[in-house]
Ligand binder design. Structure first.
Ligand SMILES: Cc1cc2nc3c(=O)[nH]c(=O)nc-3n(C[C@H](O)[C@H](O)[C@H](O)COP(=O)(O)OP(=O)(O)OC[C@H]3O[C@@H](n4cnc5c(N)ncnc54)[C@H](O)[C@@H]3O)c2cc1C
Length: 523
C-alpha cells in the first residue's frame, strides 16, 4: 500500500475508530488520508451516552470489561492519551480507577420474596455439570446451528449460574450453542467469580466519554476526517480476475447524494450491520416506537454485498427474527438521593462496587446496575444516574399489567419499585428513558460456518469488514474487544503490517485456572 492510498471507513463505531488508529499507529498512514463516514450525527455507534439533568441522561448500554481478556482493546488504549489526566493513557487511568473501586457484588440475584439469593454455589445438578462439560468439549462444526436449549436440559435454566451468566452476558435460551461455548472458554476465569463480578473492570464515566471521546480526539488531532450525517447507500464495484474491487462509494451526506470515486490502492472498511440498528428511545410518557430494519436501512448495504459475492456472509441468519433478538434497556436520572440510599442499604454495595442486580423471578428478567457517580462529566452534584435492562420485554410485567415494550418510563419505574418494594415516592423525581433495541442480540443467533465473512474475505482486494458480524476464531461477540480485534486483523492484513496481534489469552488451556474453576463449581 502506498502512502498516497486513502482509507474510507463506513460507520463510526469503535470498530472503525480503532481501525483508523491502527492504520496511523502501526501502518504509518497519514491521518489526513483517512475518512470515517457515519450515518448518525455523532461517532461512537453503540457506545453512546448523552443528556443533562433537565432532559434526562441516556445510554443504550453499560459495559463490563476485563483486563484478563480485551487484549486488543487495551493494546489500543495504551496509546490513546487520557483527556483528563495529563501524561496518562486511557488504559492507565482506567486501571487506576478500578484499583480504587473494586467490584465485589453482594446482591447479584434477588428473588420474588425480595431476598438476596445465595450464589456462591452455582446450583448445578450432576446432570447439568455433565451436559455443560459435554457442550464445552464439542467442536463448533458439530454444534453448528444448534441452540443452547438443544444441548442443556430445562433444569439448567433454573440454576443460579444461568441467571447470573445469562444476564451478565445477555444470553437467551434460544441463542447459539457455538457462541455460548465460546463464552465458556473465553471467560473461563469468570466462572469462579461470577457471584461477585470481581474480574469486571469499568470505565470512569460512561463509555462514550471514557473511550470514544479520547480516541476520537486523538484521531482528529492526527488529521482524520470524521464525517457525521453521512449514510453510505451502496458500493460501486467490479470483478477482475476473480477478485472483488470496490470502485466507488455512494452516500447521502446531510440529505444530499454524493459518489466518492476510489483510486487504485484505496481501501474500504465496512461496519456490516449494528446491534443497535433501528433502536429507539421512549420517554416518561411514551414507550419507544417499534422500529425494524425497514425503518433504518441499516442492514441493506451488507445485504447488497452478500448478494454480490458469496464469501461476504449471510445477514438473513442474524436479522430475520426480532422476537429472538430484541430487548430493552433504560436509563434513570434522579434528583433525590432516596433511591441510591435505599439500594446501598439493600445491596450492601456502594455505587461502582456492585454488579448487575437481577430480579430473577421477574417476568421481564430485569436487572439494574449502579455505576460510580458521576457517570457523566457534566452531571452535577445531587444528580444520580443508573442503567438497567430486561431480557424479555415482550412479557407482561409482575407489577404493571403490560409487556415492557409497551411501557413508558414511569411504568418501568413502577415495575422496578415493585420488585424492590420501594415506595413510589423514592422515584418521584426520576426521569426514565426506555430504549428498545430490536437487533441487540442478533449476533447470538444460531449460525454456521460462512454466515459471517472473514475480516478480509478471500477474493476481496480492497474491502474489509469490521464489526460484530465477522468470523474471528475463538473470540466472542457482544464485546468491544471483538470489534477492536476485527479492526486490527483487517488493518494488518490489508496494509501488510508485520506486528503481532495480541492473541486471545488461552485461559481455558491453563491447568491451574481450570482446576480453580472446577473446585469452586463443585463446592
Ligand atoms: C446494551 C449494550 C450492552 C453492552 N454491554 C457490553 C459489555 O458489557 N461489554 C462489552 O465489551 N461490550 C458490550 N456491548 C457491546 C459493544 O458496545 C459493541 O460490541 C460495540 O460497541 C460494537 O461496536 P462496532 O463499532 O462494531 O459497531 P457499532 O457501535 O454498532 O457501530 C456501527 C456504526 O455504523 C454506522 N453505520 C451502519 N451502517 C452505516 C451506513 N450504511 N453508513 C454509515 N454509517 C453506518 C452505525 O450508525 C453505527 O454508528 C454492549 C452493547 C450494548 C448495546
Amino acid at each position: 500500500m502506498s502512502m498516497k492510498s486513502k482509507a474510507w471507513l463506513v460507520g463510526g463505531g469503535i470498530g472503525s475508530l480503532a481501525a483508523a488508529a491502527f492504520m496511523i499507529r502501526d501502518g504509518g498512514l497519514p491521518g489526513a488520508n483517512i475518512s470515517i463516514l457515519e450515518a448518525a450525527p455523532v461517532m461512537g455507534g453503540s457506545l453512546d451516552g448523552a443528556g443533562d439533568p433537565a432532559a434526562g441522561y441516556s445510554m443504550r448500554g453499560g459495559r463490563m470489561l476485563t483486563t484478563d481478556n480485551y487484549e486488543c482493546t487495551w493494546d489500543l488504549f495504551k496509546s490513546v492519551p487520557s483527556l483528563n489526566n495529563a501524561g496518562k493513557s486511557v488504559f492507565d487511568e482506567t486501571v487506576e480507577f478500578n484499583e480504587r473501586h473494586r467490584s465485589d457484588a453482594m446482591a447479584r440475584l434477588v428473588d420474588r420474596r425480595r431476598a438476596k439469593v445465595p450464589v456462591a454455589s452455582m446450583g448445578f445438578s450432576m446432570q447439568d455439570r455433565a451436559e455443560l462439560l459435554k457442550l464445552s468439549q464439542t467442536d463448533e462444526d458439530t454444534l453448528a446451528a444448534s441452540r443452547i436449549t438443544d444441548c442443556l436440559s430445562p433444569s439448567f435454566f433454573e440454576t443460579e449460574f444461568w441467571y447470573m451468566w445469562s444476564t451478565t452476558f445477555a444470553f437467551e435460551p434460544w441463542h447459539s450453542a457455538v457462541e455460548f461455548r465460546r463464552y465458556m472458554h473465553r471467560f473461563l476465569l469468570e466462572f469462579s467469580r461470577l457471584d461477585t463480578l470481581a474480574g469486571v473492570k469499568r470505565t470512569i464515566y460512561n463509555q462514550y466519554d471514557s473511550l470514544v471521546l479520547p480516541l476520537q480526539s486523538w484521531l482528529a488531532a492526527q488529521g482524520v476526517r470524521l464525517v457525521a450525517d453521512c449514510k453510505v447507500t451502496d458500493f460501486d464495484h467490479k470483478v477482475e480476475d476473480c477478485t472483488f474491487i470496490v470502485t466507488g462509494i455512494q452516500c447521502r451526506r446531510q440529505g444530499k447524494r454524493e459518489v466518492i470515486a476510489l483510486n487504485d490502492g484505496d481501501l474500504v472498511f465496512l461496519q456490516n450491520a449494528s446491534m443497535t440498528d433501528a433502536s429507539s428511545l421512549g420517554s416518561m410518557t411514551h414507550p419507544p416506537p417499534k422500529l425494524t430494519k425497514a425503518d433504518s436501512g441499516g442492514w441493506t448495504l451488507w445485504e447488497k454485498l452478500a448478494d454480490a459475492w458469496a464469501l461476504f456472509g449471510n445477514p438473513a441468519v442474524f436479522n430475520s427474527c426480532i422476537a429472538q433478538s430484541c430487548w430493552e434497556s433504560f436509563t434513570v436520572t434522579l434528583k433525590n438521593p432516596a433511591f441510591f440510599d435505599q439500594m446501598i442499604q439493600f445491596s450492601g454495595n456502594q455505587p461502582g462496587t456492585g454488579g448487575l442486580v437481577t430480579f430473577k423471578d421477574s417476568n421481564w428478567l430485569m436487572s439494574i446496575v449502579l455505576a460510580f457517580q458521576p457517570h457523566f462529566p457534566n452531571q452535577p452534584e445531587g444528580v444520580q444516574v443508573f442503567w438497567g435492562y430486561s431480557l424479555f420485554p415482550d412479557r407482561v410485567g409482575n407489577f404493571v399489567p403490560k409487556p415492557m415494550d409497551e411501557c413508558n418510563g414511569a411504568e418501568i419505574l413502577q415495575e422496578l419499585c415493585g420488585h424492590l418494594r420501594f415506595d413510589p415516592e423514592t422515584v418521584a423525581s426520576a426521569y426514565c428513558i426506555p430504549c428498545r433495541m430490536p437487533y441487540i442480540t442478533s449476533m447470538f443467533m444460531p449460525r454456521t460456518r460462512g454466515d459471517r465473512p472473514l475480516p478480509v474475505p478471500a477474493g476481496s482486494k480492497n474491502l474489509a469488514f469490521v464489526s460484530q458480524f465477522v468470523e474471528i476464531p475463538d473470540d466472542v461477540v457482544f464485546t468491544v474487544e471483538y470489534s477492536v480485534r476485527a479492526a486490527q486483523m483487517a488493518v494488518y492484513q490489508l496494509l501488510g503490517i508485520n506486528r503481532k496481534i495480541p492473541p486471545v489469552t488461552p485461559w481455558d488451556k491453563s491447568f491451574r485456572v481450570q482446576l480453580d474453576a472446577l473446585i469452586k463449581e463443585f463446592k
